[in-house]
Design a protein around this ligand. Structure first.
Ligand code: HEM
Ligand code: HEM
Length: 164
């Protein structure tokens, strides 16, 4: 179902809010690992790691809630028609990449909760999200810039200004 010309202001706000939270998790996630390891070994934790660990917990839950909200909005308003430039394989790749993003953004916080409350092997599984997300985000951002500045099909602009 492709029945909108672009993204709504809510979808755009959610996209960038989730992106900021995800980047925060990737930059500061190791504090949570430090806290978990210190608790296991009965060692003291610095107040910075404690604060960042607790922020990791809440930012992760916020991502889970915001991604669920975003999926509900998407199901309610239908998928946005793509900018329709570039070959068919590229459009299919974009769809596959976006689907993978949604799956990873749901699975990662769930694995994080299991790592926090159940422990191993969930900690290791949850940590795999870091390289996976870094690769996906790099490919995604490069693709967005390629569309905007090489193909000049307004893809990035669609994620910056809402459809009228
Ligand atoms: C999309 C959301 C999330 C992302 C991107 C994320 C990312 C990360 C990253 C990058 C690390 C550090 C891995 C390392 O040291 O190499 C980490 C560790 C951890 N995170 Fe998350 N996280 C998310 C959500 C959550 C949530 C919701 C919780 C729990 C409520 C959580 C609990 C943990 C725990 C317990 C660890 C330590 C794992 C261990 O080494 O045992 N995370 N996370
Ligand atoms: C950092 C974490 C990021 C995540 C998790 C993320 C996730 C997503 C997802 C899931 C979609 C699909 C939206 C849908 O159709 O339902 C999307 C679209 C989009 N994202 Fe991101 N994104 C991130 C960062 C970025 C960055 C840094 C840029 C720009 C350089 C960007 C530009 C775009 C654009 C232009 C679209 C629209 C694509 C289209 O209309 O086909 N995103 N993003």
């Amino acid at each position: 179902m492709e029945n909108r010309r672009g993204y709504s202001v809510y979808q755009i706000a959610l996209h960038w809010l989730i992106a900021v939270f995800v980047l925060f998790q990737l930059f500061f996630g190791e504090s949570m690992t430090t806290v978990v390891d210190a608790v296991e070994n009965g060692q003291p934790v610095s107040t910075t790691d404690q604060a960042l660990g607790s922020a990791h917990y809440w930012a992760g839950l916020a991502i889970l809630a915001l991604v669920l909200l975003r999926l509900v909005l998407r199901l309610a308003s239908g998928a946005t028609a793509s900018a329709n430039r570039g070959p068919r394989w590229m459009q299919l790749a974009a769809h596959a990449l976006h689907g993978l993003f949604y799956m990873l953004l749901l699975a990662t916080p769930v694995a994080g909760l299991l790592a926090f409350y159940v422990g191993d092997p969930w900690g290791d599984i949850h940590s795999l999200a870091k390289p996976a997300l870094i690769v996906l985000i790099a490919a995604h951002a490069l693709a967005a810039l390629y569309h905007q500045f090489w193909l000049r099909d307004g893809t990035l602009k669609r994620m910056l200004s809402p459809a009228g």
